[in-house]
Design a protein around this ligand. Structure first.
Ligand SMILES: Nc1nc2c(ncn2[C@@H]2O[C@H](COP(=O)(O)OP(=O)(O)O)[C@@H](O)[C@H]2O)c(=O)[nH]1
Ligand SMILES: [Mg+2]
Length: 195
């Protein structure tokens, strides 16, 4: 048991974006069967979980950053040390998408080739959607960064949360330690768009 723990690969995900549902998504990832209890994030929260993917067991650490811009200078080290950056935004709020673009600039200034997953949240509010998939895809192409992909989730219903997490783990393993033997289930790829 101890040996397994020592050998386990640790990967750090840093989640940035405004108040769009990051903490709720992390709750859904860590406790998929429990109902969401939103809680205010002061500066940064850390949670971790063990996840198995394709016979690899990994410890995932979530660095869940506050959406409050007064903490923004504190957060840069968490971008630099991440194996994956999740840039989150609320699909129903134009400002949230603008803030996501701001965080993308900060991430690109401070990192090199770290995978970036764009996550559109609150997919359950489809009728109130303002940010179209095509807008996000066009933007991601325009920044011309490697290792970017796009997923949409609902922490409330759980829709697409597990596939998004699998994709994030897969991409961070692939780029950080070159698990070339990893293959990805094509069903999961359908719900996440590799750019
Ligand atoms: N409709 C809907 N609301 C959500 C969802 N996720 C979070 N919220 C709500 O969005 C607000 C902010 O959520 P929170 O997780 O604290 O956002 P954070 O500041 O980015 O961590 C809260 O009122 C949540 O109840 C979701 O998937 N669907
Ligand atoms: Mg939060």
């Amino acid at each position: 048991m101890l040996i397994t723990f020592i050998k386990m690969k640790k990967i750090r995900f840093t989640l940035v974006g405004d108040k769009c549902g990051k903490t709720s998504l992390v709750q859904r990832w860590c406790k998929p069967l429990e109902s969401i209890k939103p809680s205010k994030t002061i500066a940064i929260d850390m949670r971790s979980m063990v996840f198995s993917l394709e016979n690899h067991t990994v410890c995932v650490q979530y660095w869940d950053c506050s959406g409050d811009m007064s903490f923004q200078n504190l957060l840069t080290p968490y971008l630099k040390n991440a194996e994956l950056i999740a840039v989150c935004f609320d699909l129903t709020q134009a400002n949230s998408w603008l803030t996501a673009q701001y965080w993308t600039d900060v991430a690109l200034e401070n990192t090199e080739d770290t995978p970036i997953c764009f996550i559109g949240t609150k997919l359950d509010k489809e009728s109130k959607r303002i940010i179209k998939k095509t807008t996000v895809r066009r933007y991601i192409r325009s920044i011309n960064a490697r290792n970017t992909f796009y997923c949409e989730t609902s922490a409330y219903t759980g829709e697409n949360c597990k596939d998004t997490l699998s994709m994030c783990i897969f991409e961070s393993l692939r780029t950080s330690i070159k698990y070339t033997s990893l293959t990805f289930d094509s069903e999961k790829e359908k719900s996440c768009i590799l750019m």
